[in-house]
Design a protein around this ligand. Structure first.
Ligand SMILES: [Zn+2]
Ligand SMILES: [Zn+2]
Length: 279
């Protein structure tokens, strides 16, 4: 079964621990034959990799690790270089310049924090109402981000839910309450030729200690994307260490096939190529 992992972190990310070469080896062991490294570069967050605005070149750590991974790569795995570019809508001009850098094959567009707020990871949620107020703003910012040409696939739609749930709130981005905004978002992505990511970091036990056993985005959003004609989708383990490499990928492919997706996308120079899902 062909498996491609299009969301992989290395120790170039502030919150990950293993080098690209080790991650590639672990991914191959997990049965994956193509990976894309998508280390963090969050606009305006000095903790993550800094690219620009003055210095548009690959950070040295990334160059070194990528070359090492290519040299040490075991037979049987294709390695691509990408980025998880966060909050592109907070500085669209800069985000577009990063997107135009020739070294990257694929860029995930993420939103980890709203304007003027901390990463959803750090927020202390007060009530269901507080969660809804933040969702609403989250959806608005995702719609904004969908209009910025700074990514290929939108990462983990519903990222905020992970942390709300962990603090005991029954958080969901349901079509009933958020249908209009979800449609606006998905239609904008489809019209702009962008795809979405199925993030499987939480889908199965074994990767993250505290996995929620849910796909991100949820099944209703995946279904709606397909109904609206969306057909560009990547699957990513969002692995931050060798233990999580490729975890949940197989189950993610099965989930997509069950919803009716026939292909997953892989990328070369920001152009999607389609690989048939064979179970
Ligand atoms: Zn992310
Ligand atoms: Zn990530």
């Amino acid at each position: 079964m062909f498996l491609a992992d299009y969301h992989v972190h290395s120790s170039c990310s502030f919150d990950a621990s293993d080098r690209m070469a080790a991650m590639a080896k672990a991914e191959l062991k997990a049965g994956v034959s193509e990976i894309c490294f998508t280390d963090h570069a969050d606009i305006g967050d000095s903790q993550t990799m800094q690219i620009g605005p003055e210095r548009f070149q690959l950070p040295r750590s990334q160059v070194r690790q990528f070359i090492e991974a290519m040299e040490k790569a075991p037979e049987g795995i294709d390695i691509k270089l990408g980025l998880e570019l966060g909050e592109g809508n907070h500085d669209p001009a800069r985000a577009k310049r990063i997107y135009a850098m020739p070294e990257y094959d694929f860029i995930l567009g993420s939103l980890h924090n709203l304007r003027g707020e901390q990463d959803f990871y750090f927020i202390k949620y007060q009530s269901e109402e507080h969660c809804h107020e933040l969702y609403d703003r989250y959806m608005d910012e995702l719609i904004e981000l969908a209009g910025v040409g700074c990514f290929d696939c939108m990462a983990h739609i519903g990222y905020c839910l992970r942390y709300m749930r962990k603090q005991g709130f029954d958080a969901r981005l349901g079509m009933d309450r958020y249908g209009a905004k979800i449609d606006l978002l998905l239609r904008a992505l489809i019209e702009n030729g962008k795809g979405i990511e199925l993030n499987v970091a939480d889908l199965v036990p074994g990767g993250r200690e505290d996995a929620l056993l849910l796909p991100v985005p949820g099944v209703d959003i995946l279904r709606r994307y397909r109904e609206l004609g969306g057909d560009i989708i990547t699957v990513g383990s969002d692995a931050h260490n060798v233990k999580a490499a490729g975890c949940g990928l197989r189950e993610g492919y099965e989930l997509l096939a069950g919803i009716g997706f026939k292909y997953v996308a892989v990328y070369k120079r920001h152009k999607p190529e389609f690989k048939r899902i064979e179970l």
